[in-house]
Design a protein around this ligand. Sequence first.
Ligand SMILES: [Mg+2]
Length: 267
Amino acid sequence: MRPLSELAASEARGLRGLLFDLDDTLLSHGVLTRLAYDALWSLADTGLRLVAVTGRPSGWGEVIARQWPIDGAVTENGAIAIARERGGSGVTLSQRCTEAERHVRRMRLAEIVREVARVVPEARLADDVDARRADVTWDIGERVKMPEDRIAAILRVVAAAGARSFVSSVHLHATFDPDDKASGTLRYLASAFGEDAGAATAAAYAFVGDSGNDAACFGAFRITFGVANVRKHMARIPVTPKYVANAEMGEGFAEVAQAIVRGRAGA
Ligand SMILES: [Mg+2]
């Protein structure tokens, strides 16, 4: 991973948008700091499309896509995209499956929840599950600290049920949806802006993240940034970010933003 000082001005100028993770990337221990929010506005002011790409619920995406200076949010690890309506204050939600299919998948996820409760009785669902549509999520690092062997036990139950899983710094997600953060983001960029996946990943969009559920985006996009705490999650990230910030979480995000804004200004 290279220092942010090596970001080429041509890379910064070639960007049409920045994609960014929320937890432990933009947010610091769940909090949107003044510094990080200001960085978001600086990026918006430089004309970049901004898209949050998160494992957080689609219900949260509906809120931030209305309130923040962003174009949309790809939520639940790529399953559900929320786009801010052009020229309006409303949002549009898109997903790959029908509501009938969603209902069936949710019934199957409920079975997994029951099985996890049997095999790992101490497992606790995340406190944001009621705002989710496509996945079920356990808390592994937000309000509790789940040991690695217990995380592995939950992952075995999820895999045995034929579901897919994602692990972030705070959550373990199970889903029957086929997307990851990269495929869900590319689907959103194509539908919202007519972006071609090849151009988007080669140079037009960059990604900032920190942990295992960001691995797909670190692999798919050529210009990628890690905040400093990405170093703690290398075991779950096969392709490392191209650049890394000195600071962790929101402070690191602000560093990334500053490097991009400077590069675009040619300063
Ligand atoms: Mg994260």
